[in-house]
Design a protein around this ligand. Structure first.
Ligand SMILES: [Cu+2]
Length: 197
């Protein structure tokens, strides 16, 4: 009896541990992770916070160094992610998967961001939009909150995302009441249909 009580308590504690240390991120396609480049840009303390919980919001990244671009991919940089670059064609449908261990209702979008100036590409804005996403008042999140797809614009400028590191698909989610911002980025290049044929 004592043993089972102890293990039950341990199980509850481990559940609590999971639930307080997780919010959400993109799990597929492979999204930017931390690495030495991010340590240089953001500092080890900030990277340690992300390593401790890969789903934390921007607001919880500890002591980011001056110059750390938290508002672009939560500070993750291309140099650490060169082996994760995806190759897409205009018009291609990209299936994406998110994990949302803790929900916070608010808006979400996936847009193509030009990393050189952290701006959304005109043709790549709002490839998917939710006005209300990850609503914690729902018993179960709608399936399309964690599995959805976007289409690479057919009219994307031919030279916009040719070079790896120039463009990311950025998943952006803001928990309104929680005041928590989430950003996960997928590096990609677009090859023109001519190149493929
Ligand atoms: Cu959260």
């Amino acid at each position: 009896m004592k043993t089972s009580m102890t293990s039950a308590v341990a199980a509850v504690i481990s559940l609590l541990t999971v639930s307080v240390s997780a919010h959400g991120n993109i799990t597929s396609p492979p999204a930017r992770l931390t690495g030495p480049g991010m340590v240089s840009a953001c500092g080890q303390t900030a990277v340690d916070a992300v390593l401790k919980d890969g789903t934390i919001p921007l607001e919880d990244v500890t002591s980011p160094a001056v110059g750390c671009q938290l508002d672009l991919c939560r500070g993750a940089v291309f140099s650490d992610n060169q082996d994760r670059v995806q190759t897409y064609q205009p018009g291609q449908v990209v299936n994406m998967t998110a994990q949302i261990p803790i929900s916070h209702e608010g808006p979400m979008n996936v847009s193509i961001v030009s990393t050189a100036n952290n701006t959304i590409l005109a043709s790549g804005a709002n490839l998917i939009v939710f006005d209300s996403y990850a609503d914690e008042k729902l018993a179960v999140l709608p399936a399309n909150n964690t599995a959805f797809s976007v289409t690479i614009p057919i009219d994307i400028a031919e030279d916009a995302c040719l070079v790896a590191g120039d463009c990311v698909l950025q998943w952006f989610w803001f928990g309104t009441n929680a005041k928590q911002t989430y950003e996960s980025c997928v590096d990609f290049v677009v090859v023109s249909i001519d190149q493929v044929i």
